[in-house]
Design a binder for this molecule. Sequence first.
Ligand code: GH3
Ligand code: MG
Ligand code: MG
Ligand code: MG
Length: 303
Amino acid sequence: MKVLIVDDTNTDRLLLKLHLVKLGYRVVEAGNGQEAIEQFLEHSLDLDLILIDVQMPKMNGFEAVKAIRKIQQEKKQEWLPVIFLSASAEADDVEDGILAGGDDYLVKPLSQKILSAKMLAMQRIADMRRRLVESNIALEEQASTDYLTGVANRRAFEVLLEREMSRTRRYGSHLACAVMDLDKFKDVNDTFGHDAGDTVLVEVVSRIQSNLRDDDVIGRLGGEEFGIILANTKAEELLAICNRYRHLIGDTEVIHDDVSIPVTASIGVTTFHGEKETKAAFIKRADEALYEAKETGRDKVVY
Ligand code: GH3
Ligand code: MG
Ligand code: MG
Ligand code: MG
């Protein structure tokens, strides 16, 4: 744990430092509010606590903490506990300290036991918050991932597509998207079983993903239907790229429980029309091309 100690009185600062070092903390020091901000900026990413005096020359503790809280908010940084250490026990000062962004306020002379206890309490809250942030990230990841294949689900795919559309508008580059649907997949399930069907879905995604061009993205739109975002792709190259993806699926049978399963895919592709185009219209055109691929024999790419 790393603690920033801010105090203009050298002896106070030294005593506190010795105490904390003995307890195993790493310590950074500052002699006034301005130095506190500088030290915060330099160490902010691995600071765990700030202990700060109130009365100091140049900039007092209240002002410094207000400034630090503002920076943290702007940079969307995690919570960092701040405890004021002051000679004044005035109720108004305690209130000002909390309003300035402090989490606690201790009156000097300090009891080492009380300080340690308060630091423990802050640490406990910080740990709790960290766990909460981590579980939120895990939940968000879960909510955007398809459980079977591990790729983006429909929701996440559409977010990524929207982002790519904005980028394409901004830079005037090219963009294409494809909708791919496995052919007669119901028959695969009926003939080989649902588990075999699942294996096919996982294998299809894995083959495409390991051959995907750097900026391309595959997502599962639902069932046996997938979307592919083809960044920086012009109409001329589109068919060749998607036919390559199609062959990755159709040329080699999928093995499940020592049984070979033939699989083919139909792919509808389209290019982005730019400025006024909505995501719905963009996807719909690819869907219509897919429909045509199905109607005219399957195992093909239609633009
Ligand atoms: P088409 O060539 O016209 O696309 O025919 P199809 O049989 O592929 O199309 P249809 O929409 O009739 O059937 C899709 C099948 O996909 C039906 C459904 O049981 C199966 N399916 C959807 N999701 C899953 C899944 O997660 N696992 C398995 N094993 N099958 C799935
Ligand atoms: Mg002082
Ligand atoms: Mg199908
Ligand atoms: Mg389908």
